[in-house]
Design a protein around this ligand. Structure first.
Ligand code: ADP
Ligand code: MG
Length: 308
């Protein structure tokens, strides 16, 4: 009978590869359903327009799939470029830029102005609804002046250096983020904060993202950067690190520079109950999508020794 014949196995055709890929995403989508994911988008990873578009598309796809992405962005290279253009000379201490009042004005213009709105536009162009704010809005981030310790070149003793308006978070009030998420919008946040005296401070975007992820109990924190992940002494990718191993790598100097605030933020975030933090290469197109919705997760996962 024709009806039975139609059901017979010899009429079965192979699964199209596109369908197989989409179908394999199902368990990942279920895992992150309604979860909040904080994504830190690094200053170096956002220079290229095509990468910026693939990032924006990933964020919109996450939202469309029932995930609540929260974007925190950096902007170091772009700040440096505008300071140069305006002829504002910065003082450096131990390789770190001192943020005086003139520099801070430029930092705010670039972070809360041009970069923030560029990311918002890119997301909205892909059909998302992003809202750009800074840590100053609704008192999201209260800060105090960062007490940075650096080795004094003369005595080699550790000394506190004054880096100007560079802050460290003291209090997170996540209300504004909750309101934005509850309205089904995507928050895009510039890492600024206000001190109790009312001064504006710049905060390292990794530190900002970590504090926020811990406060809103994000399921994951993704740190997008310009390297594959944490590299060992030979430059090889370390796919998985426990907090103890990460601390040891900072102590022996393998982890340095801009990777230190990432690891420190990972450590404090995990102590506050976020399951796992991943450091991935934002120069890889669709890095966020690959990390969350496929088995091709790359980069370095910081988490407990067992599977997170
Ligand atoms: P971002 O804009 O992503 O915050 P940063 O320059 O602040 O970028 O931090 C990433 C940089 O950290 C890398 O490009 C690399 O130069 C540096 N780094 C230092 N130690 C390591 C390490 N062990 N593994 C990977 N990167 C490292
Ligand atoms: Mg950095």
């Amino acid at each position: 009978m024709p009806k039975d014949n139609a059901k017979s196995p010899k009429h079965k055709t192979a699964t199209p590869p596109e369908a197989a890929i989409l179908s394999r995403a199902l368990p990942y989508m279920q895992r992150y359903d309604r979860a909040t994911i904080v994504v830190k988008y690094g200053g170096h990873a956002m220079g290229d327009p095509e990468l910026a578009e693939s990032f924006a598309r990933d964020i919109v796809l996450l939202k469309q799939s029932g995930v609540n992405p929260v974007v925190v962005h950096g902007g170091g290279p772009q700040i440096g470029a505008l300071l140069d253009k305006l002829g504002i000379k910065s003082e450096f201490k131990g390789g770190l830029r001192v943020t005086d009042q003139d520099t801070m004005d430029v930092v705010e213009m670039v972070l809360a102005g041009s970069i923030n709105k560029k990311i918002v536009s890119a997301i909205n162009k892909q059909g998302g609804k992003a809202v750009g704010i800074s840590g100053k809005d609704a008192n999201l981030m209260t800060v105090r002046k960062l007490k940075k310790q650096l080795a004094d070149p003369n005595s080699n003793l550790m000394k506190v250096v004054d880096l100007g308006f560079v802050g460290e978070p003291t209090k997170v009030d996540p209300h504004i983020i909750e309101v934005i998420i509850a309205s089904d919008l995507i928050p895009v946040i510039a890492p600024l904060g206000v001190s109790r005296e009312g001064h504006t401070y710049n905060i390292n975007a990794d530190t900002f993202a970590g504090e926020l992820a811990a406060k809103i109990l994000a399921k994951r924190l993704l740190l997008l950067t310009d390297v594959e992940g944490v590299l060992d002494k030979k430059g090889q990718l370390i796919p998985r690190l426990t907090l103890e191993e990460a601390r040891a790598l900072i102590d022996d100097g393998t982890i340095a520079g801009g990777m230190i605030p990432k690891i420190e933020s990972c450590i404090s975030v995990m102590q506050n109950g976020v399951e796992a933090v991943v450091i991935i290469n934002g120069l890889q197109p669709h890095a966020v999508l690959l990390e969350l919705f496929t088995e091709h997760g790359a980069g370095t996962l910081l988490g407990p020794a067992h599977d997170a």
